[in-house]
Structures are given as structure tokens and as C-alpha cells.
Design a protein around this ligand. Structure first.
Ligand code: SAM
Length: 260
């Protein structure tokens, strides 16, 4: 019999909570309940998820304009409208995409959608072990790591504790050839009330990820290492790349793109 802590019907997952926030239907009652708790703590969470998704689309189109034809999307989540391979292959049919997620449900749904697409695949892996990602047979088969890659770390790093996150991103960055890009969006600490942060941390402790870790802008910038930030740099997620009035407008997520 399934254990209540491991059965996906009982234990919420960060991928399925996000799917529920986006109005998707690949989630269970426990995920929907967790999404409701998240919305109680951060009422703008649904809007943030949609703004984050819109940023992902803009960033992929930006990379395509810069000639990027292969994408490594880590923490890719459950497929929803405007998946990276759809955005990329619409403009560049030769674009190749490897999705990586820790969540088996997200990976299964992704591979279901991708079964007739030879240029995109999803693999289950934990980004805290970047060697396992880089050496994965599907990554090796589909991506040429001697050619520029778009590394997408969109709304995932706040689920990874410091010790693992900085080391893992440094290893992934080191594997990218010159001309590659790193795309990051990340929950930021500055506008969320402490009480809400505590509620969100407690909520995610019940999921498959250890917790949600908002970071400061300086801490988020560290993930880029020596990569040169594309203008306008690290900004509220809805303001990339066109800028705006610099006000969060309810967002607690910032984003940037850097060139390696
Ligand atoms: N990147 C997508 C987007 O921005 O629309 C989905 C973001 S969703 C909020 C975060 C995803 O990160 C979830 O699907 C979760 O399963 C995944 N994730 C969390 N920790 C991870 C880890 N250590 N390794 C790989 N994926 C992870």
C-alpha cells in the first residue's frame, strides 16, 4: 500500500503545486490544498507563476534570436501552455531541448507529450547532482556541449539549499562553452513578509523539495559567476528585458540572463 509520505496523491510536490497555481490539471488534491495555503500566504502567487512563465517564453525567444539552438531546461516542471520546445521549435524547427526535473510525474507527462518529437526529451534527475545531469545519456545524445547552450534555471533554485545550489550551478556553468547563456528566475526576499516566508517554508517542507529559499539579489547574482548580464540585468520578472518603473507590482520574483 502507498505510504502517505511518498504517494503523490497524499504528498504535495513543488511541480504540481506550480501546475495548480497555473490552472493546470496535472495535480492531486494535496497539491491543490497546498496551492491554496500558498495563495493565503502570498496572494499574488498565481500571478507570479504566470509572469514567470511569460518571462521564460521571452528569454527563450531572446536566446533563439542570439542563435541558440539547444536548451537544457532544469526544473522544467509539468508541461503546460508554451513549453520550451514549442516556443523554440516554432521559430527554429532544428532546436533541441532536454527537460530535467526531480518530479517523476512531471517527467512522465513531459515524455508523453514528447513521444513523437525526436528533438526533445525529459529526464528525471536532481540538479544537486550536476554530474548526473551532464552525463545523462539523453543529455549526451541530444545536446552538443561543444556548441552554445541555453541553460534554463527558471524558478527552481529557490528550492535548492545554498551548499548544493552554488556548487551545482558552478559545475553546470563550467560545462557550458563560450557563447552559452544562463537564464535564471528566483524568489527574492525583499518584499515578502517574514510571517509569509515562514508559512511558505513550512509548506514546502512537506513536499519533495527541502524548502523554498528566497534569496537576496546579491545572493541570486552569485549564480551567474563571471557570466556577463544582458541588459537590463537582474530585474523584477515582469520587467525583463524591457524595463519598467522598478516597482514589484506584487511580484516576489526577479530574473536575469547572462552570457558565459
Ligand atoms: N521552470 C518551470 C517554470 O518556471 O515554469 C517550472 C518551475 S516549478 C516552480 C519548479 C520545478 O523545479 C518543479 O517542477 C520541481 O519539481 C523542480 N525541482 C525542484 N528541485 C529540483 C531539483 N533539485 N532538481 C531538479 N528539479 C527540481
Amino acid at each position: 500500500m502507498a505510504n502517505a509520505d511518498t504517494d503523490p496523491a497524499h504528498r504535495p510536490s513543488s511541480a504540481r503545486i506550480y501546475d495548480a497555481l497555473l490552472g493546470g490539471n496535472h495535480n492531486f488534491a494535496a497539491d491543490r490544498e497546498a496551492a491554496q495555503h500558498l495563495l493565503a500566504a502570498i496572494p499574488g502567487a498565481g500571478e507570479m507563476a504566470r509572469a514567470n512563465r511569460a518571462f521564460l517564453h521571452r528569454a527563450v525567444r531572446f536566446l533563439l534570436d542570439r542563435g541558440i539552438r539547444q536548451f537544457l531546461d532544469i526544473g522544467s516542471g509539468i508541461p503546460t501552455v508554451g513549453n520550451v520546445h514549442e516556443v523554440a521549435q516554432r521559430r527554429a524547427p532544428d532546436a533541441r531541448v532536454v527537460y530535467v526535473d526531480i518530479d517523476p510525474v512531471a517527467v512522465a507527462h513531459s515524455n508523453d507529450i514528447l513521444k513523437d518529437n525526436p528533438s526533445a526529451v525529459a529526464v528525471q534527475a536532481d540538479m544537486r547532482f550536476p554530474e548526473a545531469v551532464l552525463e545523462h545519456p539523453s543529455v549526451r545524445a541530444l545536446l552538443d556541449l561543444d556548441q552554445p547552450v541555453g541553460l534554463l534555471l527558471v524558478a527552481v533554485l529557490h528550492f535548492v539549499p545554498d551548499d548544493d545550489a552554488y556548487a551545482a550551478v558552478a559545475r553546470l556553468r563550467a560545462a557550458l562553452p563560450a557563447g552559452s547563456y544562463i537564464v535564471i528566475s528566483h524568489g527574492v526576499l525583499e518584499i515578502v513578509e517574514d510571517a509569509a516566508t515562514e508559512q511558505v517554508t513550512a509548506l514546502y517542507r512537506r513536499t519533495d523539495v527541502s524548502a523554498a529559499h528566497g534569496r537576496t539579489r546579491a545572493q541570486i547574482l552569485r549564480f551567474f559567476g563571471d557570466a556577463a548580464l544582458v541588459p537590463p540585468g537582474l530585474v523584477w520578472v515582469h520587467e525583463w528585458p524591457d524595463g519598467g518603473d522598478g516597482e514589484p507590482h506584487g511580484m516576489a520574483v526577479v530574473a536575469a540572463v547572462g552570457q558565459v
